[in-house]
Design a protein around this ligand. Structure first.
Ligand SMILES: Nc1ncnc2c1ncn2[C@@H]1O[C@H](COP(=O)(O)OP(=O)(O)O)[C@@H](O)[C@H]1O
Ligand SMILES: [Mg+2]
Length: 358
């Protein structure tokens, strides 16, 4: 009998951030302590098929996981407490003690799969259903936080079908309420997919269509001229702790997908180039937002600090932030003295702590 924990690492997913997830998962798999964990690699294809892949982790980047694997699903039945695999010999179950979703964006970070984890009765890393869904939806998160003393950019949101039915009214509202430049975004997406910076009213329709390709709900925000900074929060809701503040020196017009994953040209500054009192305010606001939105486990809370008057403006909360070894979240904790492997251990402990506390 091994006393190792049986850990399912889930990656891929039906999401525009499928490829990003493969990168995060590869780092997670490379850093998990094999003395402590029996690891089951579960990939979800872009079509939504679930596969148990038992080969080397390098197979995630070259597509081997798609070919050399067996169909397998996480059972919603808590008496199974694990995976059901289907091979030629029939169905088999694999007991799982804990799930680590290395997923981003739609279906992975938005509460969908968290709902399945809840049904399965298996402890899992990260936020629960409601906080995942709320943080994923920028319109809902903004609306909830607008009743607090946390600053956000002025914004408005609408459904894409309402825009198509009556674009004039929506376009007029945007121009009446916001100053250019504005940012047009799908309410539910990530990794800057579908996000546009719009300088002139005539460019709004194209930006709205682009965002509408990603989600049926669109948010338009006042552009903020500021430093872009991020905080890694770790812990249960009451026990949440903030890392130091990190800063992104974007190389493009804004921090876009290519910048994040392709060029790797944006520079990270850890700690951020901020006065101590401003950094402290950013960290406090991060923990406050984390608690207000009911987060647990982890989240990366992103801000702007305005150039003119150093106001702390919340941008968004990512409940499953990028997790490659060069990503901001693990790097911020590394700066605080926690190695990547220790961070993974801590996240798994927190999954059990949260399951115990309910
Ligand atoms: N209101 C804003 N003002 C200035 N820049 C913004 C604003 N909103 C977004 N951006 C820029 O666009 C990037 C992506 O937007 P974000 O809301 O973080 O979407 P995602 O969820 O895709 O990361 C941000 O990292 C930032 O560079
Ligand atoms: Mg972002």
């Amino acid at each position: 009998m091994s006393n190792k924990l049986s850990l399912a690492v889930i990656f891929g997913g039906q999401s525009s951030e499928h490829e990003v997830s493969l990168m995060s998962a590869a780092s997670i798999l490379a850093n998990l302590d094999r003395e402590k964990y029996n690891i089951h690699q579960v990939g979800i294809t872009k079509e939504g098929r679930w596969l148990l892949y038992e080969g080397p982790a390098e197979g995630l980047s070259d597509g081997r996981w798609l070919r050399e694997s067996t169909p397998a699903f996480l059972a919603p039945d808590p008496t199974v407490h694990g995976l059901v695999t289907l091979s030629e010999g029939g169905a088999r179950t694999v007991h799982i003690d804990c799930v680590f979703p290395a997923l981003h964006g739609k279906n992975g970070e938005d509460g969908s799969i968290q709902g399945l984890f809840e049904l399965s009765g298996i402890p899992y890393v990260g936020c629960r259903v409601t906080s995942s869904a709320v943080c994923m939806d920028k319109a809902i998160a903004h609306t909830l936080l607008s009743n607090t003393d946390i600053n956000q950019a002025h914004y408005l949101w609408f459904y894409a079908d309402r825009y198509r039915a009556n674009s004039e009214t929506v376009l007029n509202k945007i121009q009446a309420r916001l100053d250019f430049p504005v940012f047009v975004k799908p309410a539910n997406a990530g990794s800057s997919v579908g996000v546009s910076k719009v300088e002139r009213p005539e460019d709004l329709p194209a930006a709205i269509e682009k965002a509408a390709n990603e989600d049926g709900k669109i948010i338009v925000e006042q552009g903020i001229d500021g430093q872009e900074v991020e905080v890694a929060v770790l812990g249960t809701r009451p026990g949440a702790e903030a890392s130091c503040v990190g800063e992104i020196g974007a190389s493009a017009q804004f921090y876009d997908y290519d910048d994040k994953y392709i060029n790797g040209t944006s520079q990270l500054f850890i700690p951020a180039r901020l006065e101590e009192d401003v950094a402290q305010k950013v960290r406090e606001t991060a923990v406050k937002a984390y608690r207000l939105l009911g987060c647990t486990g982890l989240a990366r809370v992103d801000f702007f600090v305005t150039r003119e008057d150093h106001r702390v403006v919340l941008n968004e909360i990512n409940t499953l932030p990028g997790f490659t070894s060069i990503s901001m979240y693990p790097k911020l904790w590394r700066h605080g003295g926690l190695t990547y492997a220790q961070l993974l251990d801590r996240l798994i402990e927190l999954a059990f702590e949260e399951a115990r506390n309910g």
